[in-house]
Each structure stands twice: as structure tokens, then as C-alpha cells.
Design a protein around this ligand. Structure first.
Ligand code: ATP
Length: 250
């Protein structure tokens, strides 16, 4: 289904099975969810609940076994590999826990990569402005090895944003950062959403989820809860503890 008005991403009956026969694992067992434009969603759930699989399928990095993903009304399943690659480059940003920067390239060169790959001129002003937007003006010539973890993640976020994507997917973007750097990255993501960007983030951290507008909980590959925010970190932690079968204080 193409999606509801005002929704940037729509997942319909999304399934992803790994392997077949008796050893098949249903990582996603039929997830239906919509993500409104300009909103920040945290996806949470126990280890193995399907969070990364959901993000990878929704971003067009992995093909679902069943169901559909629509981004801005485009059904990703209807695209062949080449068209999907082009669509992803143009309309989707992805931020990884381990940054995935090219160590031999400067910050500026890393950020210009998506533009170069899509055959567009890597306008230096545009690249510098993307770096300035994440608080890294003046660091254009630094290589990842000369930047802190938080700064590297900011470069990765600038790289995800430089094409002006419809949606940014972030898989544990603060998972490798200390508390202070995490806070900076979360405030940055929050600010992007407040300026209209749609962000969908997988996290284990209730404090990170508290920056989102909504928390979508997964368990065993299915939606197990959907809290509209702002949702406090304590509420999120209690919900997670409940899902893990731990005793939750009244
Ligand atoms: N490539 C794969 N081959 C086989 N099984 C897989 C593969 N990738 C994931 N799985 C299985 O699918 C299920 C969901 O995995 P997924 O990584 O999406 O969960 P997750 O919620 O992101 O977990 P975590 O919080 O530990 O990162 C798990 O049972 C996992 O073992």
C-alpha cells in the first residue's frame, strides 16, 4: 500500500524470514506501522526482537520476505536492484552505530560521497553547510582518526543528510558513545526533527528513546506496544523490563 497522507514511511504486514524449513527464523512476523513526516520514532525491544531487521527492510537495505515498504508512496518491492539503489541514495539516509566512515577520507570527502555516488556535483558549499549543521564547521579537513566518537557520528549524520533524504534511519547511533557525546548526538537528531526531518532510530537506551516523539516496541518480530510521546525514560525502562518478564514496580 502506498501509505496514508502525511506519512513518510508505511510498513504493511512486513515479514522477514531467515533460512527455511525447520530452522527458519521469523525475524519479522507481520509488522504494520506508519511513520508521520517530521516525527522522531524510537524502535525498542528485547535482543533478537527484530529491530535491526525492521530498520534494514524499511531502508531498502534488505528485501522483506512478505508485505510492503513504502517511502513517500514508492513501493520499494516494485523497484529492481538498480532502481532500489538509486532510490536509497536519493531518498534515504542511514546512520550506523560504528559510523561506517571511510578512514582515508576527510570529513568533507566522506560527506560528499553520497553526492558523488549519485553522479551529482559535490558542491563544496553544500557539503560544508551539512558539516556546519552538525556543529563541525572548521573540521572539514579532519580524517575520522583525528575526530572523537561523537564527532565521527556527526560526520556520519551530515553524510546521511547531504542528499536531503525523506527519512533518516539510525541503528543504535549512540551505542558506541559515552554519555556526553550521546546526549549531543540525540540533541542533534531532535533538532533535525524539529526542523522537519523524519527520523526512525533503533535503540536499547531508554534515555535515548526519551528524545523521540514516539516509541514503537517490538517483541518476537511483532509490534508489542506503541507509546506516543513525549515518553519519559522511566516509562520506557519500565515497559522494557515488563517485556523482558522482569518485575515492574507499581
Ligand atoms: N542473517 C541472519 N541469518 C539468520 N538469522 C538472523 C539473521 N539476522 C538476524 N537473524 C535473526 O533474526 C532475529 C531478529 O534479529 P535482529 O538483529 O533484527 O534483532 P534485534 O532486535 O535488532 O536484536 P539486537 O537488539 O540483539 O541487535 C534474531 O532471532 C536473529 O538471530
Amino acid at each position: 500500500m502506498p501509505g496514508e497522507p502525511g506519512e513518510t514511511v508505511r510498513l504493511t504486514s512486513l515479514r522477514r524470514t531467515y533460512g527455511d524449513g525447520p530452522h527458519a527464523v521469523a525475524a519479522l512476523a507481520g509488522v504494520t506501522a506508519g511513520f508521520a513526516a517530521g516525527t522522531f520514532t524510537a524502535v525498542m525491544g528485547p535482543s533478537g526482537s527484530g529491530k535491526s531487521t525492521l530498520l534494514h527492510c524499511a531502508a531498502g537495505l534488505d528485501r522483506p520476505t512478505g508485505g510492503t515498504v513504502a517511502i513517500e508512496g514508492t513501493d520499494l518491492g516494485a523497484l529492481d536492484e538498480t532502481a532500489l539503489t538509486v532510490f536509497r541514495r536519493e531518498r534515504v539516509g542511514f546512520v550506523f552505530q560504528e559510523y561506517n566512515l571511510v578512514s582515508a577520507l576527510t570529513a568533507e570527502q566522506n560527506v560528499s560521497l553520497p553526492l558523488r555516488l549519485s553522479g551529482r556535483a559535490a558542491d563544496p558549499d553544500r557539503v560544508r553547510s551539512a558539516l556546519a549543521d552538525v556543529g563541525l564547521a572548521g573540521r572539514e579537513g579532519h580524517r575520522p582518526g583525528g575526530l572523537s566518537g561523537g564527532e565521527r557520528q556527526r560526520v556520519a549524520i551530515a553524510r546521511a543528510l547531504v542528499t536531503g533524504p525523506a527519512v533518516v534511519f539510525a541503528d543504535e547511533p549512540t551505542g558506541a558513545l559515552d554519555t556526553r557525546a550521546s546526549h549531543g548526538v540525540l540533541r542533534l537528531l531532535r533538532g533535525l526533527v524539529d526542523s522537519g526531518q523524519t527520523v526512525i532510530m533503533v535503540t536499547h537506551d531508554p534515555v535515548a528513546a526519551a528524545h523521540a516523539d514516539r516509541v514503537l516496541f517490538l517483541a518476537d518480530g511483532a509490534v508489542a506496544g506503541d507509546l506516543a510521546g513525549p515518553v519519559g525514560a522511566e516509562t520506557v525502562a519500565c515497559r522494557l523490563a515488563g517485556m523482558a518478564g522482569m518485575e515492574v514496580p507499581a
